[in-house]
Design a protein around this ligand. Structure first.
Ligand code: AMP
Length: 296
């Protein structure tokens, strides 16, 4: 496996691969790998001849009071794990390589980027879109692999790919969770044992919402009220949002009629955690029928 920190070198290596007709998959990450990252890499390895894993804690997507400085970094371990998973290249540039003095251009996605996390993290998706556009131009992948845990990020990047005519398909990979259902995240390392236990209320909230909707409740305000009764029983969880919205536009819904994204964000101690699930209208209707509720 090759490790590169310079754009020119990784381009040269990939130029050779492309001349041989090889396909290239890109897994963009901020490193500090867990099994969620590894599932993306495994999928990319299964689909492509060359797999580039980028490891870059992108300062442009952190707000001034966020955890950029303290974000966990362990490049040696990441390189080992990526190699073991079958990746062929790790690209780990320095800030001076990605944003040299004089860098002035920001890719600023609209609409979808302003909902959910975009409200509490102004500029975050500008940073994500900018670094992804740069990585796409550097690596020129056929496919990019992204986790559905960051559902909004997948939508933002898909929109950017369409709008800026990148010839890349996005492969969205299901969320990997621990035994209690907590979505794996590099930020879970910030949690004390007590906070980790408290954080389990996030996947429980999603499961509770799903159960209510499967029982035929369609009124979002009712579902929200019931779900929120279970969140933050011990004061360690500060809810940022619990949203029920259209999974394509992220427009909030008041009544569940079609496919629905249920998305949650909360602070638990130092960690800001997000999670979501997409409820399919057809599956909800089938569960309601089998539960004998007669549907909605
Ligand atoms: P990050 O390093 O947190 O920026 O994440 C890099 C990629 O891994 C993103 O596409 C994330 O959506 C994805 N990812 C993060 N956590 C998980 C998880 N628990 N399951 C699946 N993918 C994940």
């Amino acid at each position: 496996m090759n490790v590169f920190s310079e754009i020119a070198k990784v381009r040269q290596r990939l130029g050779e691969a492309r001349r041989l007709g090889k396909t290239v998959g890109l897994v963009p990450t901020m490193g500090s790998f867990h099994d969620g990252h590894l599932s993306l890499i495994a999928k990319a390895v299964a689909d492509n001849d060359e797999v580039v894993v980028s490891v870059y804690v992108n300062p442009a997507q952190f707000g001034p009071t966020e955890d950029f400085d303290g974000y966990p970094r362990d490049i040696d371990r990441d390189v080992r794990l990526a190699a073991r998973q079958g990746a062929t290249i790790v690209f780990a540039p320095a800030d001076s390589e990605m944003y040299p003095v004089g860098h002035r251009t920001i890719v600023s996605p609209e609409t979808i980027a302003k909902a959910l996390c975009g409200k509490s993290r102004p500029g975050h998706f500008d940073g994500v879109a900018t670094v992804c556009a740069k990585l796409f131009n550097i690596i020129r992948p056929d496919r990019v692999y992204m986790g559905l845990k960051d559902y909004q990020q997948v939508l933002v990047v898909r929109q950017m790919i369409r709008d800026l005519d990148f010839d890349i398909s996005v492969v969205a990979v299901p969320t990997v969770r621990d035994a209690e259902g907590l979505a794996l995240s590099s930020r879970n390392r910030y949690l004390s044992e007590e906070e980790r236990l408290a954080a389990y209320c996030l996947p429980r909230a999603l499961a509770d919402a799903q159960a209510l909707l499967e029982r035929g409740v369609t009124d979002v305000s009712l579902v929200r009220r019931k779900v929120l009764e279970q969140v933050d029983e011990n004061g360690l969880v500060e809810l940022e949002y619990l949203s029920f919205c259209d999974p394509h536009t992220l427009v909030e819904v008041e009544s569940i009629q079609g496919d629905t994204l249920v998305a949650i964000a909360a602070r638990v101690g130092r960690a800001r955690l997000i999670d979501n699930c997409v409820l399919k209208a057809g599956e909800l209707a089938a569960s309601r029928r089998s539960a004998g509720s007669g549907g909605c």
